[in-house]
Design a protein around this ligand. Structure first.
Ligand code: NAP
Length: 327
């Protein structure tokens, strides 16, 4: 079977190859999926660069989220060959076949299309876990998110209103992504620039209840715009550099502020029940048409390195999924 591999750390597609590799096998608790569609994510860019903690060994098979048909199960499995499933794969999803933990695999309702289901395991599940797990309890919550024009940004815009958020403000790094963020459902979008603080203060004079920060270098600003009792969640590091120091604890006490981190893959390893539940919720929301994220479908694994190049250089628009063409 064919798979995309990163043969060594690289800032571009110079070490990305699509090659024949031995097919995976099912073992107790793990099934094999014939992949139909797979999500392409910024996390794949970080793995391609070899950012610390993203790759165990080389060559690395990227790909964290797939939809497809169950190909093989081992004895005692709750799944059967031919069933349509979506799975958080952790790695190896950008391939014709992938092995997935059954605890991170869920059946896909008939009415959910392949491209939409392919972004449920990581992109939509991450949005649900970030907002549902981290938001202070209550109604009429306000939420600020950076990089609102990307894939996770689009997902957050869709799920946040389902989870008690009534005020959504996004930031973006370019004018192009401001338009994308609006199209994805963000009613207010601020271009990050010298006047960011002023713009956020006028958008939410009392601060935000939840700040979702995938940029990682904006924590001081995040804390300045946090409401009392609010929470900042840092969950990305797209530049791949140092993220700066932790905030002063006395300042956190005085501001009634919380700062946390989030990693879907680490949570999948430690608490697969929570990630599996988020995947099931995402598929239910899609089936009920409560969420809908625009997805750009590219054909074949050979197209993926160019999508990753566009993501790595900030040129990418929206959310991409690759359609597989098994031999
Ligand atoms: N912790 C987790 O479990 C988890 C799970 C999924 C995704 N993530 C993170 O969430 C973020 C969004 O992921 P995504 O797949 O949906 O990607 P994306 O948002 O579609 O694309 C990445 C975005 O990052 C921003 N960015 C900021 N600095 C950048 C840099 N130096 N190089 C390139 N882009 C830069 C750009 O938006 P602006 O310029 O508008 O800021 C860009 O659109 C990523 O940082 C990713 O690592 C984390």
């Amino acid at each position: 079977m064919r798979a995309l591999l990163f043969t060594r750390p690289a800032p571009d597609s110079s070490a990305s190859v699509v090659v024949d590799v031995p097919p995976p096998t099912a073992t107790p608790g793990r099934l094999v999926i014939d992949v139909e569609h797979a999500g392409v994510n910024f996390v794949d860019v970080m793995a391609r660069r070899g950012d610390p903690g993203y790759v165990v060994d080389w060559p690395h098979p990227p790909g964290l989220e797939v939809v497809g048909l169950v190909a093989h199960v081992s004895e005692g499995s709750g799944f059967h060959p031919g069933e349509r499933v979506a799975a958080h794969t952790g790695r190896g999803g950008l391939a014709e076949q992938v092995v997935a933990e059954e605890s991170l695999t869920r059946h896909v309702p008939d009415q959910v299309g392949g491209p939409a289901a392919a972004i449920a395991p990581l992109t939509l599940a991450t949005a649900l876990l970030l907002v549902g797990g981290a938001a202070p309890r209550g109604e009429d919550l306000s939420l600020l998110m950076h990089s609102a024009g990307g894939g996770v940004g689009a997902a957050v815009a869709q799920v946040a209103p389902l989870l008690g958020v009534s005020r959504l403000v996004g930031t973006v790094g370019s004018e192009k992504r401001r338009r994308q963020a609006h199209e994805a459902g963000w009613p207010e979008v601020v271009l990050r620039g010298d006047d960011l603080d002023d713009r956020l203060t006028s958008a939410a004079p009392g601060g935000f209840d939840l700040v979702l920060d995938p940029v990682g270098t904006l924590l001081s600003s995040d804390l300045r715009h946090l409401a009392a009792g609010g929470r900042v969640v840092v969950f990305g590091n797209p530049a791949g550099g140092a993220l700066g120091s932790s905030p002063d604890l006395v300042e956190l006490i005085r501001a009634n502020a919380s700062v946390g981190g989030f990693s879907a893959s680490r949570l999948a390893a430690a608490r697969p029940d929570r990630v599996g539940r988020a995947l099931a919720d995402a598929l239910e929301h899609l089936a009920a048409s409560r969420v809908s994220v625009a997805v750009d479908v590219v054909d074949g694994l050979e197209q993926v390195p160019a999508v990753l190049d566009a993501l790595a250089t900030g040129r990418h628009a929206g959310k991409s999924v690759v359609r597989l063409h098994p031999a």
